[in-house]
Design a protein around this ligand. Structure first.
Ligand code: M6R
Length: 610
């Protein structure tokens, strides 16, 4: 997830572009750059790190001109270096991009065969070269962009300028967001409304597969096929604060809603649907020989530890490989028997958590191979690992992890399917059911969030004052119970415990009375009957039940004081859906109590102390 901006008009544009990027910095911040047409040629300034570094570089090398584009990067392909920073230049073309070009490897080969030198590791530079090649064939900028985009598969929002066509900006999008800003004798483009709000409130949301050509006085929208599109600008009356959160009250709520998109991005290019398989090179295994691995250690903290617990279930069930799950903060407190033949999978959103980093260093010292599952490209843990499987969730701002949890689940499931296929422990028919089920999930997640939101908000209001809450689940629903409890604790400061439902009778059952809400995660899976038995035990002690169950489960509706339903999916996929109402529950309880949802007390997004 990157941020892009563009301007065409009569003013000097570097300051506006930089300011627009500042408003988009939440979308990525590992490098940034501007390209500005000075009337004769296009000049580019780029810098690694936060925007402050770009501002310093621009102070040393000012860019003059009134047509330009800018970019703040969240690396997906290629490390955060200056050569990988946008804008990318090819011949007369400068281009910025947000998204992922899936067929970049094949296109790179074709471009190099045509004698073009590709300088960066990015998928974006390939698009710049394609546009340039079509422009060299005599096409104007808009046509060159159109022809180039017909060759790419994937997601993109792009903004392009050409040395040969000063005063023109061409933009297009598919899947990634792009907004046009209509000013007086000037036009803008940006990834999001906030980037443009100080400049204009007349905006047009570009739709997938559309191209817009902007000049100082005009804008023209067409489809990729060339059909004209008529769309009137809308007046946006959001405050700047609201706009940054896309209209949501908190980043956490925005990020809960972003999960379908984050999952899509994490799966993109990694599923081989034809062969019901997963592509090794796309999940960080290019340099790891799975056939030499006898055992797996999943090491993580907090929410990442909960996804690791689900990961153990996947790896053992689908790949039949012995798997241990370790709290990173405890790993070095014992003399773990680990070494050659062991694969450590370190799961970390930030890739910087010190406990996890130290555990990885220890495991490496003892000869283990390490695969990192991380969200921040180029962060410390992937840097020292033998391979990295990145979740493409985009920056997560809320301290309470939501979209990174679901994308970690996806990464672990991809890994398990891949290893299961190699070890012949996962038959192709079952693999196909999982691969197809995964592909359908983003849509189902979207429906669950939209369909349960209001009910969960009401339930949160009814039960929000409880002093203690229990979360129960079995099998794959046990890590979800832990995660539901952690979410509630960290943002609403309510005491909550996640328990394996079968463990309740060994202690926590003593807590239950009519003042304790018990959230029972009970999808129709192989553990269903036993979980219903545990629910009955709670009921017999007057506990109030909030059931998270499968649509059509009348038993759950009858037994639960509240029942929140999810659609029926493969057992392995239930956590992706059952976790959503729990995230929403924690959010609404916290919001009702008025706590600081995005920055709860005593916590930090990245924990770099032991
Ligand atoms: O960046 P990491 O995934 O390594 O972070 C681990 C934990 O600090 C993190 O998951 C924490 O528990 C979150 N605040 C949970 O919402």
């Amino acid at each position: 997830m990157c941020g892009i901006v563009g301007y065409v008009g009569q003013k000097e544009c570097a300051t506006m572009l930089l300011d627009g990027l500042r408003r988009l910095e939440y979308r990525g911040y590992d490098s940034a750059g501007l390209a500005v047409h000075d009337g004769k040629e296009v000049k580019v300034v780029r810098a690694v790190g936060k925007l402050a570094n770009l501002a310093t570089a621009l102070a040393q090398t000012p860019l003059k001109g009134s047509t330009g584009i800018g970019h703040t990067r969240w690396a997906t392909h290629g490390r955060p270096t200056e050569v990988n920073a946008h804008p990318h230049v090819a011949g007369s073309i400068a281009l910025v991009h947000n998204g992922i070009i899936e067929n970049h490897v094949a296109l790179r080969r074709q471009i190099e065969e045509r004698g073009q030198k590709v300088l960066s590791d990015t998928d974006t530079e390939i698009v710049a070269h394609l546009v340039n090649l079509h422009a060299k064939d005599g096409n104007d900028l808009e046509t060159a962009v159109r022809l180039a985009l017909r060759e790419v598969h994937g997601t993109y929002a792009i903004a392009v300028i050409s040395k040969d066509e000063p005063g023109k900006l061409v933009v297009s999008k598919t899947a990634s967001p792009l907004v046009l800003g209509i000013g007086e004798d000037e036009m803008y483009a940006g990834s999001d409304v906030p980037a443009l709000l100080p400049y204009t409130r007349k905006m047009i949301f570009l739709e997938d597969g559309e191209i817009a050509t902007l000049t100082q006085k005009s804008f023209r929208i067409t489809t990729l096929e060339g059909a004209p599109v008529e769309r009137a600008p809308q007046h946006i009356d959001w405050s700047e604060m609201m706009a940054e959160k896309a209209g949501f009250k908190h980043f956490m709520l925005k990020e809960i809603h972003e999960q379908p998109r984050a999952l899509e991005d994490t799966l993109r290019g990694r599923l081989d649907r034809e062969n019901a398989d997963v592509i090794a090179a796309e999940i960080g295994l290019a340099n790891i020989d799975i056939s030499k691995i006898d055992r797996i250690y999943l090491i993580a903290c907090g929410t990442s530890h909960h996804s690791a617990l689900a990961g153990r279930y996947y790896l053992e069930k689908l790949a039949r490989i012995p798997t241990n799950v370790e709290l990173a903060s405890e790993f070095r407190n014992r003399d773990a028997v680990i070494g050659k033949g062991d694969l450590v999978v370190a799961v970390s959103q930030s890739g910087e958590t010190l406990d996890t980093l130290m555990a990885v260093k220890e495991a490496k010292k003892r000869g283990a191979t390490v695969l990192a599952i991380a969200n921040v490209i180029g962060s410390a843990i992937p840097r020292i690992s033998d391979g990295a499987l990145y979740t493409h969730a985009g920056p997560e701002i809320g301290v309470a992890s939501t979209k990174c949890f679901s994308t970690q689940l996806a990464a672990l499931l991809l890994l398990s399917i891949y290893i299961g296929r190699r070890r012949n422990t996962l038959d192709p028919k079952r693999a196909r059911e999982l691969v197809e089920g995964l592909a359908k999930l983003p849509h189902q997640m979207k429906d669950v969030v939209a369909g349960t939101k209001q009910l969960v908000a009401n339930v949160a209001r009814r039960y929000g004052d409880a002093r203690d809450v229990l979360f129960l689940g079995r099998g794959l629903s046990f890590p979800i119970a832990l995660e539901g409890a952690l979410k509630l604790k960290e943002i609403s400061y309510v005491h909550a415990e996640g328990y394996a439902a079968g463990e309740m009778k060994h202690g926590p059952i003593a807590l239950i009375d009519s003042a304790v809400p018990v959230v029972v995660i009970m999808p129709k899976d192989s553990n269903y009957d036993k979980t219903v038995g545990n629910l009955q035990e709670v009921k017999a002690r007057e506990g109030r039940i909030i059931a998270i169950a499968t649509e059509g489960d009348h038993e759950a509706e009858k037994l639960g004081d509240e029942a929140i339903m999810i659609p029926e999916v493969e057992e392995e996929l239930t956590p992706f859906l059952t976790v959503l109402p729990l995230q929403l529950y924690a959010y609404y309880v916290a919001d009702h109590k008025g706590t600081d949802v995005d920055q709860p007390r005593n916590l930090a997004k990245t924990v770099t102390v032991e």
